[in-house]
Design a protein around this ligand. Structure first.
Ligand code: FE2
Length: 471
């Protein structure tokens, strides 16, 4: 097993601007826009390594593509968490690291979110006219896409309250959808719609639960928002008093099985479905209804348990020897019979993968054929995601991989006159562990052949998600 991926978890504290990256290959003339990516870039504070990949301080990376040239810039997101770090302090609780020992402070942080470090290191979105960095605390941080300068935490013009959300809102016809989880003796999921250009979230529907689940994303079909509640659950009251970092309060209870809560997008009515099987996952891929909305197909990358959360602890990722390989997962389709409240499922692809993307503009909440993701070159041997994979749901798997190269999430950009679902380019930031730098890789999404690569003169730490903004 090679462990040279570890350079992807090394701090990158240099903020640079490069007006024209060295390019191998030819950038297509039609490709004109900006790829903005988000991810942690500083994992060491107060002389100690943070606990988890998800804990690192947010950095934005930007690739402007125009006229066959690519420029690059990177900048930390200027948040309370970053400012504390500049003073040499770890002041705020993150996903799996928490310096906060005072019960009063803990209650304030967990239940108001107002003193959160706003370390929005997961994804890129847009609220009203501003681009935002997003994470799972509901404090999106606006930034200027030209300069990458931080504008500040977005204030919504509504009274919706909650402690947790997802960094994966869905878009549909000018609206975006997400939920807020409000912790309490009974916790409440508040599902909302945010219209294009607005900062006022409109509540669609709510439901309560005694033991909320850790969910990183959700599904959207034509009719429903679908929350797949894995049996990784928390007792919010004991979370306050136990003094553990956020995710360490969640426990795996496979005997609960997996519940699907379906919130009707029009009426807010909530229906439930259940399977006795226990699943865990981070990323929904797509969802779609049948003609009369009585059945929903929900595609998601699932693991048989939540051990992958442990796998992403930096202590685990940075100290691996030869035993432990990337946890096995699969792309699985769950078919929900809405009136019956039952669920059946089948494996679509038996190939471990993460960070899935689709041709979202064309295929979101519709039948589709292709999934792009990061895969594992050698099942049971590779310790970290080391390939770009393309799943054709009719059966074929294509891969791009090279020794010592660690690609991140692939963002699909359709060709302007695209003739097929996969007629476009994948934009992927790759860590070259042999050269100790990174590059932006352009692949033809049809066959994963390389079109070009543009070298960044330093490494880009492993991040999570990005967005492509057309010029
Ligand atoms: Fe994610």
């Amino acid at each position: 097993m090679t462990c040279d991926y570890k350079k992807g978890f090394a701090d990158q504290t240099k903020e640079i601007t490069v007006s024209s990256l060295e390019v191998e290959g030819v950038i297509p003339d039609w490709l004109s826009g900006t790829l903005v990516r988000n991810g942690p870039a500083r994992f060491r504070l107060e002389g100690k390594t943070l606990n988890h990949w998800f804990d690192g301080l947010a950095m934005l990376h930007k690739f402007d593509i125009a006229n066959g040239h690519i420029s690059y810039a990177n900048r930390f997101l200027d948040t309370p968490a970053l400012r504390a770090a500049k003073d040499g302090k770890m002041k705020y609780g993150e996903f799996a690291t928490d310096p906060c020992r005072s019960l009063f402070k803990r209650i304030t942080q967990v239940f108001t979110g107002s003193t959160s470090g706003a370390n929005a290191n997961v994804s890129i979105g847009k609220i009203a006219k501003e681009f935002v960095a997003q994470t799972e605390t509901p404090l999106p941080v606006a930034f200027d896409v030209d300069t990458l300068k931080t504008i500040g935490i977005v204030s919504y013009s509504d009274g919706l309250k909650g402690n947790l959300t997802t960094a994966h809102p869905h878009q549909d016809q000018g609206d975006q959808f997400n939920y807020l989880l409000s912790f309490g003796h009974k916790s409440t999921y508040n599902v909302y719609r945010l219209s294009d250009g607005s900062k006022k979230r409109q509540l669609i529907g709510s439901y309560s639960t005694g033991r909320p689940s850790y969910m990183h994303s959700f599904g959207l079909s034509q009719q429903y928002l679908i929350l797949m509640e894995f049996p990784l659950v928390v007792n919010p009251i004991s979370m306050l008093v136990r003094g553990k970092p956020f995710i360490a309060n969640y426990t795996w209870k496979p005997e609960r099985g997996t519940r699907f809560s379906l919130v009707d997008r029009q009426t807010g009515e909530v229906r439930y479905a259940h399977t006795d099987e226990a699943w865990f996952g981070f990323h929904h891929v797509n969802a779609f209804d049948n003609n009369d909305h009585s059945k929903i197909d929900l595609d998601i990358i699932v693991y048989p348990d939540a051990d992958v959360v442990q796998y992403f602890y930096l202590n685990s990722l940075l100290n691996k020897r030869n035993q432990e390989a990337y946890p096995k997962n699969e792309l699985r389709r769950f078919t929900i019979d809405v009136p019956a409240g039952t669920v059946s499922s089948r494996r679509l692809v038996d190939h471990s993968a993460e960070l899935p993307r689709i041709n979202y503009e064309q295929c979101n909440r519709k039948t589709y054929r292709y999934v792009y993701a990061n895969g594992i070159a050698r099942q049971g041997e590779s310790a970290f995601l080391d390939t770009v994979v393309k799943f054709d749901l009719t059966g074929d798997v294509k891969e791009w991989r090279q020794d010592g190269q660690y690609p991140g999430e692939s963002v699909f950009v359709a060709r302007p006159d695209a003739r097929s679902e996969d007629d476009g380019i994948l934009l992927t930031v790759v860590l070259d562990s042999t050269a100790n730098n990174s590059y932006l890789l352009l692949l033809d999404a049809r066959d994963l052949s390389e079109i070009a690569r543009a070298s960044v003169p330093q490494h880009v730490p492993f991040g999570f998600h990005g967005a492509y903004i057309r010029s």
